[in-house]
Design a protein around this ligand. Structure first.
Ligand SMILES: [Zn+2]
Length: 340
C-alpha cells in the first residue's frame, strides 16, 4: 500500500507527513478517538473530531489540538483526510485518507450496534480497510441495547428495594456514559467517581446531553448513597473508596463478560456483556460494506480473523500495532489483561 505505510511509530502517510493514532511521539497526529491507546502523549500537533478535542486536551495536558466535525475534509499536501462516525464512544471516528482517487480507511475502534447515545457507525467505501478485531471470534455476539438496559435496571431496582447500593464498573470515557444513558433515573440517584464526572463535565460543556449525576464527595453522608447507582472505573474495585457505600453489590460492564469465568475472576457480583467494540457479525458487516479490496486486521484476533477473511475470498492480512482494544479500556490499572 503506497498511501499508508506501517512504521515503528504507527500508521504513516508519507505524502502528507502525518501519522494515524501513532504510539510514539511524532509531529502531526490524526487521532481516531480519545482512549489512551489511540491518543498518546508527546505529539506536536493533534487533529481529532470536535467531541474528542477537549478530552484529549484534558487527558494529555496539551493545547495543540485541532478538530473537525464528521464528513468535513482537510487537505494536507494534496491528501484529503476526513472523520466518519465509528459508533465506539462519543467523538470516535474512522479516518478516511484519499489521494489521487485511492482511498484508505482506518476504523480505529468501532461498534456497529446502536446504543442511542453515540452517533452510529457509518460504513465508508474504500480500496484498503484497516480494521480492529478486538472481538473477532464468532462467540462474541452482543445483545440488543434495550435488553441490556433492562438487565442493568432490573439489577439496580432489586438492590434499591433491598436498601443496597449498586456499584457498576466501566471505564471512565465511553462505557461510563453508556451505562449512564442506560440507567433509569426514576429508580434512584446516580453518583459518579471523579474520573467519570470529569469526563461527563467536559462532554456536557460540549453540548452532549447526559442524565443528571452527582460527584461522590465527602460532603455527602453515607446514608444518601443507600439504594443509589454508583458509576466508577474498574480500578476502584476493592479500594477503600468503596467502603462508604456499604452494603453494596458490584457489577462490571465489558465484552469480556461473554467469556465463562471472567466475572468470577474479577470478583464482582454481576457481569453485564456490554462492549463498545464490534462483535463478530459487526466486523463482517463493516468489512463487506467497505467493499475494500484489501483488508488489514489489527488489534485483537487479527491472525484468526485475517485467515477467516482469506478463506472467504477477501484479501486480508494481520497487522501488528500497539492498540489494545478493550483490554486497555477496561484496564485502568487492573489485571484482567493477564487473565485472558
Ligand atoms: Zn477505544
Amino acid at each position: 500500500m503506497s498511501l499508508l505505510k506501517f512504521t515503528s511509530k504507527g500508521i504513516f502517510c508519507p505524502q502528507a507527513n502525518v501519522y494515524l493514532d501513532p504510539w510514539k511521539p511524532v509531529g502531526k497526529a490524526i487521532i481516531s478517538h480519545a482512549h489512551a491507546d489511540h491518543a498518546r502523549w508527546g505529539m506536536k500537533n493533534y487533529l481529532c473530531h470536535n467531541l474528542s478535542k477537549n478530552i484529549i486536551k484534558h487527558r494529555l495536558k496539551t493545547e495543540h489540538v485541532e478538530s473537525l466535525p464528521y464528513n468535513k475534509t482537510v487537505n494536507i499536501n494534496g491528501v484529503k483526510f476526513s472523520f466518519h462516525p465509528a459508533g465506539h464512544i462519543i467523538g470516535s471516528a474512522q479516518i478516511k485518507v484519499e489521494y489521487k482517487g485511492e482511498i484508505s480507511v482506518f476504523t480505529g475502534d468501532y461498534k456497529v450496534k446502536k446504543d442511542g447515545l453515540v452517533q452510529p457507525f457509518e460504513p465508508v467505501k474504500c480500496h484498503t480497510l484497516i480494521t480492529e478485531s478486538t472481538f473477532g471470534l464468532p462467540v462474541y455476539k452482543w445483545e440488543d441495547e434495550t435488553i441490556l438496559k433492562e438487565k442493568i435496571n432490573n439489577w439496580w431496582k432489586q438492590n434499591n428495594e433491598n436498601g443496597i447500593t449498586s456499584i457498576i464498573l466501566g471505564y471512565s470515557l465511553g462505557k461510563a456514559q453508556r451505562i449512564l444513558h442506560a440507567a433509569d433515573p426514576s429508580i434512584g440517584p446516580i453518583y459518579t467517581h471523579g474520573a467519570v464526572e470529569n469526563i461527563n463535565e467536559i462532554l456536557r460543556q460540549d453540548g452532549v446531553q447526559l442524565t443528571a449525576t452527582a460527584r461522590v464527595s465527602k460532603d455527602i453522608s453515607n446514608d444518601q448513597y443507600k439504594g443509589a447507582l454508583i458509576i466508577c472505573p474498574p480500578s476502584s474495585l476493592g479500594t477503600p473508596w468503596m467502603k462508604k457505600f456499604r452494603p453494596y453489590k458490584t457489577a462490571i460492564c465489558s465484552g469480556w463478560m461473554a467469556i465463562r469465568g471472567a466475572r468470577r475472576r474479577r470478583n464482582v457480583d454481576t457481569g453485564f456483556v456490554m462492549s463498545d467494540h464490534a462483535d463478530w457479525d459487526d466486523l463482517n458487516y463493516a468489512v463487506k460494506a467497505s467493499e475494500a479490496e484489501k483488508v488489514y486486521v489489527t488489534h485483537g484476533y487479527s491472525e484468526i480473523y485475517a485467515q477467516w477473511l482469506n478463506e472467504h475470498n477477501i484479501n486480508a492480512e494481520p497487522l501488528v500495532t500497539e492498540y489494545e482494544g478493550e483490554l486497555s479500556e477496561i484496564g485502568e490499572g487492573n489485571t484482567l489483561k493477564e487473565e485472558i
